[in-house]
Design a protein around this ligand. Structure first.
Ligand code: ASP
Length: 424
C-alpha cells in the first residue's frame, strides 16, 4: 500500500528533476548528435518515457469500456443517464465558451501580435477536416472491435453505454454480467495503480527527453504570445474552475485542487488527455469521491470532447495571427471565433499537438491565413503541455459538479484523505 501524498511528492520530484536535467542537457549539447543526446536522451530516457506512455495508453480502451458499461448498468433508470448526459454536455460547452471568451478578452487587451514583423518561414499544410454530417454519423460504431482497435473513443463510449443499458434491462443474466464487468473494472483499476507506482520514473524520463530536445529560442521571439496564453490558462484554471466548483457544486475548491494536482503532472508530461485518462478516472473516483456511475461517463467524454486549454490557445492564436497580418476581425468575427473554437476543441483528439491542427478550422472560418499557424509552431510544444493540464482539470471539475448535483459525490472522500492507491 502506498500513500497518495508520498506518490504525489515523488511524481513532482520526478517532474522537476526531469525538467532541470533535460534543460541542462539542452544547454550542454547544442549539437543533436552528441553522445548524451544520442545514447542517453534519445536512447535510454526516450525508451523509458515511451514505454510509460504506451502502458498508460494500453489501458484507455479497456478502461473506458468496462468502467462505462459498469456505470451505465448500475444506473437505476434510463432517465438519470439522460440527465447526467445533458448536464455534462451543457457544462462542458459552457466552460469551453468561458475559456475562449476569456482568451479573446485578454488577448485583445494585451495585443500580442501588434508590431510583430513576422514572416511565415515554415509552410503549414492543414489536414482536411470532416464535415459536421460525417462527424455526427461517425459517433455511431458499425463495428465495436474496429472502434476499439482504432481507439475511436466516441464510438467506444456509445457502444459501452448501449451494452450497459442493455445489461441493466436484462434481469438475471444482466446481473451476472454486471458482476463480471465489476470484477474486470477492479482488475483494470489495479493495473492503473501498478503503473502509478512507477510513474515518477516514467515522468522523469519523459521530461528529460522533452526538455533536452526542446528549442527555447522560439520563446524569446514569441514571448508576448506565449505569456498571453499562459496568463489565460492560469486565470481559467485558478478562477473559472474554483468559482464553478464553489457556486455550481457548493464545494470548497481547495480540496479539489489538492486532490487533483498529481493528475496535472501526468497531463503536463504526456501532453495527452487520452493517455492521462486512466489516471484522471482513478483520481476523480478515489481521490475526489465521484461515484463510478458518473465518473465513468463524464471523464472519458471529457477527455474526448472537452478541451478548455486548447480553446484558450486557439483564441489567443487567432487574435495574434490577425494582428501579425494586420487583419481586422469584426465583432461578428469574434463571435464566430467563440463558436468555431468551441466546436474545434470538441473535434480535437486528446493527443499531443492536435489543437494546432484544428486551429486551421477556426482561422479559415474567420478568413485568416492558415499559414499563420507556422508562426506559433515553435512554442506550441510547451504550451501543449500546459493546456493539456487545464483540459483534464476541466473534465474533473465538471465531473465533480455533476456528481454533486446527482447526489453521487462521496463527501467523506472529497473532504478527507482519499483512499490509498492500492485499495479499490
Ligand atoms: N494535447 C491536448 C490534449 O491532449 C490537445 C491539444 O490541444 O493539442 O488534451
Amino acid at each position: 500500500m502506498i500513500n497518495r501524498a508520498i506518490l504525489t511528492r515523488n511524481i513532482l520530484i520526478g517532474m522537476v528533476a526531469g525538467l532541470i536535467l533535460g534543460s541542462l542537457f539542452h544547454l550542454m549539447t547544442p549539437s543533436a548528435d552528441g553522445i548524451i543526446m544520442t545514447y542517453l536522451v534519445n536512447g535510454l530516457f526516450d525508451i523509458g518515457g515511451s514505454i510509460f506512455i504506451a502502458s498508460l495508453k494500453l489501458l484507455v480502451v479497456p478502461l473506458v469500456f468496462f468502467s462505462l458499461a459498469c456505470g451505465a448498468s448500475n444506473l437505476s433508470d434510463g432517465s438519470s443517464m439522460g440527465r447526467i448526459g445533458l448536464k455534462t454536455l451543457g457544462l462542458y460547452l459552457m466552460t469551453t465558451a468561458v475559456a475562449i471568451s476569456l482568451a479573446l478578452i485578454v488577448a485583445t487587451t494585451i495585443d500580442p501580435g501588434i508590431g510583430m514583423n513576422l514572416s511565415t518561414s515554415t509552410e503549414f499544410i492543414p489536414k482536411e477536416s470532416p464535415t459536421l454530417k460525417q462527424v455526427l454519423i461517425n459517433i455511431f460504431p458499425t463495428n465495436p472491435l474496429k472502434a476499439m482497435a482504432e481507439g475511436n473513443m466516441l464510438q467506444v463510449i456509445v457502444f459501452a453505454i448501449l451494452v450497459g443499458v442493455a445489461i441493466n434491462r436484462c434481469g438475471e443474466p444482466g446481473a451476472r454480467i454486471r458482476e463480471t464487468l465489476n470484477d474486470w473494472n477492479g482488475v483494470i483499476m489495479r493495473l492503473i495503480m501498478m503503473f502509478m507506482m512507477v510513474a515518477p520514473i516514467g515522468i522523469f524520463c519523459l521530461m528529460v527527453t522533452l526538455f533536452a530536445n526542446m528549442g527555447f529560442s522560439a520563446i524569446a521571439d514569441l514571448i508576448k504570445y506565449f505569456m498571453t496564453v499562459v496568463v489565460v490558462l492560469l486565470i481559467h484554471f485558478a478562477l473559472t474552475y474554483s468559482i464553478a466548483i464553489r457556486t455550481l457544486g457548493g464545494l470548497p475548491a481547495f480540496h479539489f485542487y489538492r486532490k487533483f494536482s498529481p493528475v496535472m503532472a501526468y497531463a503536463f508530461s504526456t501532453s495527452s488527455s487520452n493517455a492521462t485518462l486512466p489516471i484522471t478516472l482513478e483520481a476523480v473516483e478515489h481521490g475526489l469521491g465521484v461515484k463510478n456511475e458518473v465518473a465513468s461517463f463524464t471523464v472519458p467524454l471529457g477527455a474526448t470532447i472537452n478541451m478548455d486549454g486548447t480553446a484558450i490557445m486557439q483564441g489567443v492564436a487567432t487574435v495574434f495571427i490577425a494582428q501579425a497580418f494586420n487583419i481586422d476581425i469584426s465583432m461578428t468575427g469574434y463571435l464566430m471565433v467563440i463558436l468555431t473554437a468551441t466546436l474545434a476543441s470538441i473535434g480535437t483528439a486528446g493527443v499531443p499537438g492536435v489543437g494546432l491542427i484544428t486551429l486551421a478550422l477556426v482561422l479559415q472560418q474567420v478568413g485568416l491565413p492558415v499559414e499563420g499557424i507556422a508562426l506559433i509552431i515553435g512554442v506550441d510544444r510547451l504550451l501543449d503541455m500546459m493546456r493539456t493540464a487545464v483540459n483534464v482539470t476541466g473534465d474533473a471539475t465538471v465531473s465533480t459538479i455533476v456528481a454533486r448535483s446527482e447526489g453521487k459525490l462521496d463527501m467523506e472522500v472529497f473532504r478527507g484523505n482519499s483512499k490509498p492507491v492500492t485499495e479499490t
